[in-house]
Design a binder for this molecule. Structure first.
Ligand SMILES: [Zn+2]
Length: 107
């Protein structure tokens, strides 16, 4: 379980860096290079010439898509990321989702 947690943390960290390289260009056109080996070395700077702006439509589309997945998982499983903050808020959120989108009757 500890290895699974560590691997998932490592994976999520690298997905985050990947997304930073894809779409976090500043409004002035500045591309934020990712100093991958920092603070040990500045020799490896990750960037991509096609990087889109932080407020560009792909970031909005990805955000909306991931929110839909998060809501669907909360609806289906009965818990959401809110449980990390408040079990009461999480319960209210899941109840509201399930009231708004009731489960279809199985046949
Ligand atoms: Zn970032």
């Amino acid at each position: 379980m500890r290895w699974k947690t560590a691997l998932l943390a490592l994976l999520s960290f690298h997905i985050h860096l990947f997304e930073d390289v894809l779409g976090s260009r500043g409004p002035d056109g500045y591309q934020w290079p990712i100093p991958y080996l920092s603070p040990f070395s500045q020799s490896l700077q990750l960037s991509w010439r096609g990087e889109w702006g932080l407020n560009a439509w792909p970031n909005v589309a990805i955000t909306v898509g991931l929110l839909c997945v998060t809501f669907w998982l909360a609806w289906r499983r009965g818990f959401s990321p809110l449980e990390m903050i408040s079990a009461k808020a999480d319960g209210a959120f899941v109840r509201a989702l399930r009231r708004r989108f009731p489960r279809p009757l199985s046949q």
